[in-house]
Design a protein around this ligand. Structure first.
Ligand code: GBH
Length: 466
């Protein structure tokens, strides 16, 4: 059912697992700052120590081997490598750490997929305006080139930026992620724009300088729920669901995979709402400049993070200010038949993944797809025998198989989120996404495999070529 060379992976990110927040010369990131402010994160928790993967990497490697993964997705901490964000100061101990991780993985026959950015901007760059400032794209490009140069002889799968939609919206409009801004209506679009510019610059750098010798592939990881009309017989709901997919996934995927520009429907919706309030849409959703490298074609594969689904109905926004929510003019609801796992946002809808994969195949020109994240949270009392999560992984992977077999979607890999329990952003350590449990009350931070970890290992050993 799965191609012989299918990538069977698990994923993590630097801030969520590494700890060592100021060890060996690491600079602070916006998540260090954010968590150290009271009232931002569940229980005022933070990632100062997290799984202490900075010191316990060998333990993580044991977990990876126990699962029999073919691939491991990790992210690099920009501020660990470049403490002030610039290549003028390279932290060699950070370089050594990631060299060791990459070398150990390869020695165990595990291919690394490396994200350059997973929410943790160096604080020094935030102090200059962060993702709102156009100059951040050049700084990111310099950082990317440094990483390609330093690690690209061994890393063949790169993600530039993880989930720009989440960073833009939750970090700059809703404010529940770092840097915690609640600037409605314009900032998120500007941030998304600069992230796209940064991504495209880095892809072009790889393409023109490193590809010929390193021969890897570079993309950006896009998150989207599967969004379908609440009432498929009601045309307003149908167009609302389409619009929602365009605002969530199309925002970034259209420029990269389809036209080199934002979706027309996104522009016109923003224009309509802006005009109603006496503004022009141009003021809010930027135009791509001919002075920047082109955006179209800057992904060698499609990287998708999928977790859940929503039903969508048409609906306005009662607040009389411009906002992304107002531009969307749609309302998302849960289907009561969908079970909710742990965290309130995560309705379990494995079948939504298959539908989203088919949508991506049709709309984005049949790209090669890696599912770079998918997972299930546990909250409350610890259950090592996590029967529900076992079922979840089995049925989700079955949906991926159907997408490959029946819908002929070109899926090349699947990464479970996450290798182990870790710092779940605003939810702190209260939501556990791991295939391994981490005992955060134990000074040794012992890792213990969940039943779902065993189950996933079984699935992998059944399909992977040896
Ligand atoms: C991923 O995002 C992240 O890449 C990863 O780091 C994280 O650990 C993982 O999810 C699990 O959460 O709080 O109601 O506003 C997934 C996409 C989008 C899911 C934002 C949670 C927040 C909903 N995320 N969403 S809410």
């Amino acid at each position: 059912m799965f191609p012989r060379d299918f990538a069977w992976g698990a994923a993590t990110s630097a801030y969520q697992i590494e700890g060592g927040w100021q060890t060996d010369g690491k600079g602070p990131s916006i998540w260090d700052t954010f968590c150290h402010e009271k009232g931002r994160v569940f229980g005022n928790q933070n990632g100062d120590v997290a799984c202490n993967s900075y010191e316990l990497w060998e333990k993580d490697l044991e977990c990876i081997q126990q699962l029999g993964l073919t691939h491991y997705r990790l992210s690099l901490s920009w501020a660990r490598l470049l403490p002030d964000g610039t290549t003028r100061n390279v932290n060699q101990r950070g370089v050594q750490y990631y060299n060791r991780v990459i070398d150990d993985l390869l020695a165990c026959n595990v291919s690394p997929m490396v994200s350059l950015y997973h929410f943790d901007l160096p604080q020094a760059i935030q102090d200059l305006g962060g993702w709102k400032s156009p100059g951040v794209a050049t700084l990111f490009d310099n950082y990317a080139k440094f990483c390609f140069q330093t690690f690209g002889d061994r890393v063949k799968l790169w993600i530039t930026i993880n989930e720009p939609q989440v960073c833009a919206k939750l970090g700059h409009e809703v404010g529940i992620h770092a840097p915690g801004l609640k600037e409605k209506g314009t900032t998120a679009y500007l941030v998304g724009h600069n992230m796209l510019r940064a991504h495209a610059m880095a892809w072009h750098s790889y393409n023109s300088t490193y590809r010929i010798t390193q021969n890897g592939a570079v993309s950006l990881a896009l998150n989207s729920d599967w969004l379908e009309p609440l009432d498929p017989g009601r045309s307003e709901d149908v167009t609302s669901a389409e619009r929602d997919l365009i605002f969530t996934l199309g925002w970034f995927a259209w420029p990269v995979f389809v036209t080199g520009d934002y979706p027309e429907l996104m522009r016109s919706s923003i224009e309509t709402q802006s005009k109603m309030m006496g503004y022009s849409g141009e003021l809010r959703l930027p135009r791509f400049s001919i002075d920047d490298p082109p955006i179209l074609g800057t992904a060698d594969f499609f990287a998708l993070n999928y977790y859940t689904s929503r039903k969508v109905k048409s609906g306005g926004c009662s607040e009389q200010i411009l906002s992304m929510k107002r531009d969307l003019a749609a309302e998302e609801v849960l289907d009561p038949s969908w079970p909710i796992c742990g965290v309130s946002w995560l309705a379990v809808v494995p079948n939504g993944l298959r539908k989203l994969l088919k949508y991506i195949k049709d709309v984005f020109n049949n790209p090669t797809i890696y599912i770079t994240e998918n997972g299930f949270a546990q909250v409350g009392p610890l259950q090592i025998e996590d029967v529900e999560r076992c079922k979840f992984y089995k049925s989700t992977i079955l949906e991926v198989a159907k997408a490959i077999e029946e819908d002929e979607v070109n899926v090349r890999g699947y990464f479970a989120w996450s290798l182990m329990d870790n710092f779940e952003w605003a939810d702190g350590f209260s939501a556990r996404f791991g295939l391994f449990h981490v005992d955060f009350s134990d000074p040794e931070l012992r890792r213990t495999i969940y039943q779902s970890g065993r189950e996933y290992a079984k699935i992998i050993s059944k399909y992977k070529s040896v």
